[in-house]
Design a protein around this ligand. Sequence first.
Ligand code: ZN
Ligand code: FE
Length: 255
Amino acid sequence: MPLELVTLPALSDNYTYLLHDSDTGATACIDVPDAKPILDALAERGWALTEIWLTHHHHDHIGGVEDLLKVHDAKVTGATADRHRLPPLNREVGDGDRFEFGGEMVDVLDVSGHTVGHIAFALPSSGYVFTADSLMALGCGRLFEGTAAQMWGSLQKLVALAPETLVCSGHEYTQANARFAITIDPDNADLKARIDRISSLRERNEPTVPSKLSEEVATNPFLRAADPAIQAKLDMIGAEPVDVFAEIRARKDRF
Ligand code: ZN
Ligand code: FE
């Protein structure tokens, strides 16, 4: 049985996630934009928060930690590289580290690019990866601190996970990402079908996340820099995928 996953909207367009192990009662929250929706979801279910995992230092991912800790005595995990700009950490981790949660192993991946020090948490047994502002549904985070090459390398690590992995990303940006994606990859039938699904989800005000990794590989232009149709569209046939990625990222910034 996979760990129970709860997707919670927070602030204007952020997501936070709860992971719960019914055997031990262990409950983790991944990123804390705001304590309120998390406190409500925990109270509703009668769960006590035991862990907080932080992906990166941006305020919309850590702003509610202090308030959450006033109510729940949870252990905080974050990147060693970001310790100077994260709330006090009980567990510091870096690329390749593993720790146990709810009877499963959690793999820490450095996915720098959006920030330097951004990490992702992968749970191969349950099939989840928490990517926040690295790989996003039909997109990837803006490059605030890292380079295109760093983000491209980070995305390659995520793509290497099992295709059925659920990508739990940090924002509801999917519809805006879709409007851009179709300009880069206009003949992609999978993308068109996905855009229809996204539209109907958003009409019902439902989240478009998590998304399946295989679906990202088929439709997310930031993962498809080696695709001949995209390279042709960008007039970059035969170019290095990292350069094509950099061009796609630059175009999205101007879009
Ligand atoms: Zn961010
Ligand atoms: Fe963010």
